[in-house]
Design a binder for this molecule. Structure first.
Ligand SMILES: [Zn+2]
Length: 284
């Protein structure tokens, strides 16, 4: 069976100031790009970047996989109003529309452990956080789990919006964490890939397909704006220089080899193929 890929939407659109997400942005660099960036990825005044939150459902190699789990439901996120005690269950409804229940998920890949990528790892049941996908193993970086554990232990206030305690630790405590490293094969034709920079051990998931590979690349790229200016890196990248180098290498390879990219935060169709365009890139 050929692989099947579907987006599951947790949040269709949120706006963030161009200079808030990309502190070094100069709007003049993207003048003239309105026709393909607006209105899906940029507001018409070109001041606000428009992003979404999506999880990718991948059925391949006999397994049913989710890449990232977005913001989640009922989480205490007092420092982020739009995430605080959210009621939306859209992501699970999108899953149901594919004919699947949480029990059908075999594997969750956490590209990294930021609060907007692990939220649906758990759900609230009788006042406790339990794994949303009880049959799944949750693939993640041992090093990143260790780093967040140490930071959470050393801090009196929630770090990472409290996501370690409510969205990662319950999975680990239920024995469902699967610690992976780059090169690990998670199913036939499905391999973990290193895309470091946004976080120290940020992962991608590489899917071999007959019509060309797919790369689920998480936050290695946040917006299609970065095709034009890949050196603009987000304010949330832990190692900005490494994030830029990883992004440029990834875009180069995607253009060269015809790899289709599936990032976490693109709106619209959500995936894209890219081409080289002078010193930068464009949509293919
Ligand atoms: Zn993110």
């Amino acid at each position: 069976m050929e692989p099947v890929i579907r987006p599951l939407i947790d949040e269709d659109c949120f706006e963030i100031g161009l200079n808030h997400i990309f502190p070094m942005a100069d709007a003049a660099r993207i003048a003239g790009e309105e026709s393909w960036l607006c209105p899906d990825h940029l507001d018409p005044a070109m001041e606000k970047v428009r992003l979404g939150m999506k999880s990718w459902l991948v059925r391949a190699g006999g397994r049913t996989i989710l890449v990232d789990t977005c913001i989640g439901q009922h989480k205490e996120r007092p420092r982020h109003a739009a995430w605080h005690r959210r009621g939306s269950d859209r992501l699970l409804r999108d899953l149901a529309a594919e004919g699947l229940a949480p029990n059908d998920i075999d594997l969750v890949l956490c590209t990294h452990l930021h609060a907007d990528h692990v939220g649906w790892n758990t759900r609230l049941e009788d006042g406790r956080w339990v794994p949303t996908f009880p049959r799944a193993r949750y693939a993640m970086s041992r090093r990143e789990v260790g780093d967040w554990r140490a930071l959470a232990a050393a801090s009196d206030v929630p770090v990472n919006h409290g996501a370690f305690e409510d969205s990662i630790l319950p999975v680990v405590d239920h024995g469902l964490a699967l610690y992976v490293t780059a090169g690990d094969e998670l199913a036939e034709g499905v391999t973990v890939e290193a895309l470091p920079g946004h976080t120290v051990e940020h992962f991608g998931l590489h899917l071999h397909r007959r019509e060309g590979a797919a790369l689920f690349c998480g936050d290695a790229i946040h917006s299609p704006i970065q095709l034009r200016v890949p050196e603009w890196t987000s304010a949330f990248c832990g190692d900005p220089d490494l994030a830029v180098a990883t992004r440029i290498a990834m875009l180069d390879r995607a253009a060269e080899e015809g790899i289709e990219l599936y990032p976490a935060h693109f709106r619209g169709a959500g995936s894209l193929r890219v081409r080289r365009d002078g010193n930068a890139f464009g949509p293919a």
